[in-house]
Ligand binder design. Structure first.
Ligand SMILES: Nc1ncnc2c1ncn2[C@@H]1O[C@H](COP(=O)(O)OP(=O)(O)OP(=O)(O)O)[C@@H](O)[C@H]1O
Length: 387
């Protein structure tokens, strides 16, 4: 959808901002450009809507060489979100959001209806916020209006320059998540500039890690964290890249351990005897359809009187995560509930548990799988326990 071919930009004072830039962003893909200050990220982005003209090379959007497209016409197809949102202070939120449809000559009522729809989409009630002025909004709300405005004319491409830079870390994470769920519906082709590696890995389908004036690595977040292409990239992604990788590696069925299981309506003494033979201290309790109902301690089962059932002794399972959640979430649940393991659910159904050892193994396998280009379950793994 967006393609850079050997693009260079040398500013009039002789500064080379970027050189030999070649990469492609697929339709519907969100690519983050990340790197230290002054490495050329903003220059790259602003060449796409021709706010900056390249010195050499070619950029195409949707197959069309943009140097042949009228810049005004081009910008109407490209939404642009900047830090501090860049709203017009003397226009209401509704009118700010309707800016591009108005420029495109939509009838006023239609443009306003569209603006209201977009405000709703980014979580701002148009009845409440539509008539306010930007100064009467919080920083996070202003950013949301910025996103709504960029999307108003439904452009296929969205450029976002540090869009969540001006808000505190908590609001920032919320805005990032909101934008990701929005993106799952609107599927725009997005270029997002950030200097924050956490944001880059959280948001990007792929990330372009910049060195000075060039892209040092262009790959999925997991691949960049698992196998940085150069020392420069390794330094930039940080010594804690293993930890960061926890947030981009998702729990797969093959990562799980299958613990002892007891049924809700099973007799306590039968379950106790079985667990004793298996040498287990606890079991996961499942309902008739295989849904997770909690857990039970072997000790509690042993001292239950005749006729007691597992269900009467079952305790609530606090620590659980859905299959497909990031490993980091599982780790967080373990710490929060001071649990030695977390249950993993596939919908309502119990899929297995993750222990710290299994979590480590999943992480190691995913690194190896990425490096070898194979599925995670096809990676051999030797643990200390096997040695
Ligand atoms: N108009 C200009 N004239 C001369 N040099 C410029 C101009 N604009 C940017 N530069 C230089 O080009 C290089 C790349 O700048 P750019 O703004 O693209 O970097 P960036 O990666 O977006 O940085 P930041 O994260 O600080 O915004 C820098 O060395 C910058 O000083």
């Amino acid at each position: 959808m967006i393609r850079f071919e050997q693009v260079a930009k040398v500013y009039p004072d002789g500064t080379t901002a970027v050189d030999g830039l070649s990469f492609e962003v697929a339709e519907g893909e969100l690519v983050t450009l990340v790197g230290p200050s002054g490495c050329g990220k903003t220059t790259t982005m602003m060449m796409v809507n021709r706010l900056i003209e390249p010195t050499s090379g070619r950029i195409t959007v949707g197959g069309e060489d943009i140097s042949t497209v009228d810049p005004v016409r081009l910008r109407r197809r490209i939404g642009y979100v900047i830090q501090q949102a860049g709203l017009f202070p003397h226009r209401t939120v509704l009118d700010n959001t309707a800016t591009v449809p108005a420029l495109l000559g939509w009838k006023k009522a239609r443009a306003r209806a569209r603006a209201a729809e977009l405000l709703d989409l980014v979580g701002l009630d148009p009845e409440v916020y539509g008539s306010r002025y930007p100064a009467q909004l919080s920083g996070g709300q202003r950013q949301r209006v910025g996103v709504a405005r960029a999307l108003a004319a439904d452009p296929p491409v969205l450029l976002m320059d540090e869009p969540f830079g001006a808000v505190d870390p908590v609001v920032r994470e919320r805005l990032q998540n909101e934008f990701l769920s929005l993106q799952a519906t609107v599927r725009k082709t997005v270029l997002l500039v950030t200097h924050d590696i956490e944001e880059a890995v959280r948001m990007g389908d792929r990330i372009a890690v910049y060195g000075q004036g060039h892209i040092a690595q262009y790959d999925t977040p997991a691949a960049v964290l698992g196998a940085p292409a150069t020392d420069e990239v390794a330094r930039f992604v940080g010594a804690d890249r293993g930890l960061k990788r926890l947030s981009v590696t998702r729990i797969e069925a093959g990562d799980l351990e299958q613990p002892p299981v007891a049924r809700l309506d099973e007799r306590a003494d039968t379950a106790a005897a079985r667990l004793r033979t298996e040498g287990a201290r606890w079991a996961v309790v499942l309902g008739p359809g295989g849904e997770l109902r909690g857990w039970v301690a072997a000790d509690a089962l042993s001292i239950a009187g005749d006729g007691g059932t597992v269900g009467e002794l079952t305790r609530r399972m606090e620590a659980w995560v859905p299959l497909g959640a990031p490993l980091k979430k599982a780790f967080g649940e373990m710490l929060q509930h001071d649990a030695g393991w977390v249950a993993v659910l596939d919908g309502d159904l119990f899929a297995g548990v993750l222990t710290p050892a299994k979590l480590h193994e999943a992480l190691r396998r995913s690194v190896d799988a990425e490096a070898k280009g194979v599925a995670r379950e096809d990676v051999d793994f030797d643990s200390v326990a096997d040695a």
